[in-house]
Structures are given as C-alpha cells and as structure tokens.
Ligand binder design. Structure first.
Ligand code: AHG
Ligand code: MN
Ligand code: MN
Length: 347
C-alpha cells in the first residue's frame, strides 16, 4: 500500500467527525446538530442490530403482527415498527435538542416537554418497508430535520413547511450492510457501519447521481389505474422512440429506501405516481417524499410531483401523501416534459 493510501486507511472518518468538520465551517454553531445526529445514529444502530438478530438467527418467523395495532394509515404494524418507533422517539427526546417529532407510526405530532426541549423538528419513518422483514429484504429508516421558529412556542405550523426548508435529511438502510446516507445541505455523503468499531465510516463521499440512468422503478401492478402521462412515460422506457436502449425495470417495492439508494448510486428514475384509486399516490410527504427529494437534489438529481418541484409543496397535514418521480435529472426532465405537453394540449 502506498503512503497516501495507508494514510487514508488509518485516518478514520466517522460520521460524528464528518459532521463536526462541517459544523466548524459555521463558527456560530454550538454543536447541537452533532448531538442530535448522534442520537439518530444510536437509533439506527439499534434497529440495525435488531434486524440483524432476526435475519441471522433465522428468527424472522417469530416476528408476528403486533396484536391489533394499526398505524394512522390503517396499515398493520409489525412488532419491529413499534419497537423502532419507541427507540427513535426516546433517543430524540433524550437528546434535549428536539421540540416536535412527527413519526409515521404516531397519529399526532409529539411536542417535547419544555425541560427537554431544543430547536430541532424531526420527521421520520422509523421502519420503511416493514412488510419485507419476514423475507430478509433491505429495509430502512428515513428522516428529515427542520429548525423551529420559536423554541419556546413550537406549533404545528413549524412542521408544515415545504421540504426545501429542511436543514438536513437522510436514511439508513438495513441490508447486506448498514448504510447511512446524509445531507446537511452541502452535498450527500454515505457512511457504512463497521460492526467491529460500532461506527459509521465515510465510504461514499460526495455522492452524485448520474445525469441519466438505465433503470426505471415503479409498481407496474398499478398500471391499470395510471394517468396517460405515466403510462406513456413507462411505455417510452420499454420502447424508446429515440433509438436508445430500453431501460431495465428494478422494483424492490415495499422498501423505498432500497429503491432510492440504488437510484442514487446507479441513476435512473423511481416513481410512485398518482393513480385513479390513490389520487395522491401512496408515499407520505413529510417523512418519505421530502427527505428523499432533498437527497436527490443535493446529489444533482431532481424530484417532481407531476405538477411541481416536490420540495416546494406546502404540507397541510402531517401525514399527507404525494405522488413523486425522483432520480437522474435527464429522466425526471423527460416526464416533466410529458406532463407539460399534456397540460398544454388540455388548454
Ligand atoms: P412503509 O413500510 O413505511 O409503510 O412504506 C412502504 C412504502 C415504500 O417504502 C414503498 O416504496 C412503497 O410502500 C411500496 O408500495 P407498493 O407495495 O404499493 O408498491
Ligand atoms: Mn415508509
Ligand atoms: Mn414505516
């Protein structure tokens, strides 16, 4: 190994060190963000360890449904959803840096009691893809972070902000490795958990999504109910009219984290469009669409709802849903152009 490579190998860039480096560029920062992030990382490590125990020990069959519990969208929750949610809520409250929490699993937003309050709002999906637990497919946690206007008087209005005002967003994927992808507003970095150190190490510095990809990712089982534009776009992916090769279809499905992670690294487009049965699509704006759209833009990609830039949407309710098309900018531009042409033709 040459000298430079050896120097890099022994210069351990953990996620904590990376965030502290970023913060040192802002002399006014008081280290609150790194404390908050450390608590998010702790939650991720816990879920990763729980998932691994289940996968490795072949104990997945012991994870049944958690009694009669259903979440606010009326979907059945698995035990690990409940557990992950509790771990994240407790970790975030005990960080002393949060004031409002919005979780997919809790109907109401949690307002942190004044003695433990800080200035950050965290919106999160503690376990995305939970229907995949029993078959060992990658699952994940998604989170977004905002700053409250007035820490002494946090209101729901503080949460209902467009995604473009997020301070940071990320996800952690529990798969063949445990990977945490984070943006604090200046690019995207990926960290992989080194189980022997118990630390997330910088393994994917400054991730940039390819400008154009060769993959499209969508639940084609919903095609019967799609609008004409989505149908036409997917048709173009399979039978391109410009002489280019057809795109490949990859859809892990009930794990958006895994589909978005692949899209970020390899390029292409991930979509969960509106359809006649679900006019707002399926994915939740605050803790699925916004964080993933933020990461895409920070990596040089785009995210579009079918009508506008995803990050410009102003949420009206904390569990609101939105259609989304996200990924490589050339691919998202193509569907944008189809929607624009359809709107022009309808006038
Ligand atoms: P969750 O497990 O948190 O409810 O989210 C599942 C979501 C998302 O991760 C994925 O992209 C989508 O469901 C897949 O939906 P379909 O099964 O309808 O394709
Ligand atoms: Mn989800
Ligand atoms: Mn979930």
């Amino acid at each position: 190994m040459d000298h430079a490579a050896e120097a890099q190998r022994t210069d351990l860039m953990t996620i904590t060190r990376h965030v502290l480096n970023e913060q040192s560029k802002h002399p006014e920062s008081r280290g609150d963000f790194s404390i908050l992030l450390n608590h998010i990382v702790l939650g991720c490590k816990f879920v990763c360890s729980a998932v691994n125990k289940l996968f490795q020990a072949g104990l997945a069959k012991l994870i049944g449904l958690a009694g009669e519990i259903t979440n606010v969208q009326g979907e059945q929750q698995k035990k690990l959803d409940v557990l992950s949610n509790q771990v994240f809520v407790k970790a975030l409250v005990s960080s002393g840096r949060t004031c409002i929490l919005v979780s997919e699993e809790d109907e109401e937003a949690t307002f942190v009691e004044p003695s433990k309050r800080g200035r950050y709002i965290v919106v999160f999906d503690p376990l995305d893809g939970s229907s995949n637990i029993d078959c060992g497919v990658s699952i994940g946690t998604i989170f977004g972070i905002y700053v409250v206007k007035n820490k002494d008087d946090p209101t729901l209005e503080d949460v209902l902000q467009p995604g473009k005002y997020m301070l940071a967003a990320g996800y952690c994927m529990y798969g063949s490795s445990c990977t945490l992808v984070l943006s604090t507003g200046s690019g995207v970095n990926g960290f992989t958990l080194d189980p022997s150190l118990g630390e997330f190490m910088l393994t994917h510095p400054d991730i940039k999504i390819p400008k154009k990809g060769k993959i499209y990712s969508v639940n084609e089982g919903n095609a019967k109910n799609w609008d004409d534009v989505t149908s036409k776009y997917v048709e173009n992916c399979k039978f391109p009219k410009d002489g280019s090769s057809p795109k490949s279809l990859r859809y892990i499905g009930s794990s958006m984290v895994a589909d978005v992670h692949r899209t970020l690294l390899y390029g292409g487009i991930f979509m969960y469009p509106a359809d006649k049965k679900t006019p707002n699509g399926k994915l939740r704006l605050l803790y699925e669409v916004f964080p993933m759209s933020y990461l895409m833009e920070q990596a040089g990609g785009e995210a579009f709802t079918g009508k506008q830039r995803a990050l410009d949407l102003v949420p009206k309710k904390i569990h609101e849903r939105s259609p989304v098309f996200l990924g490589s900018s050339d691919d998202v531009q193509e569907i944008k152009a189809l929607y624009a042409a359809a709107a022009a033709a309808a006038e």
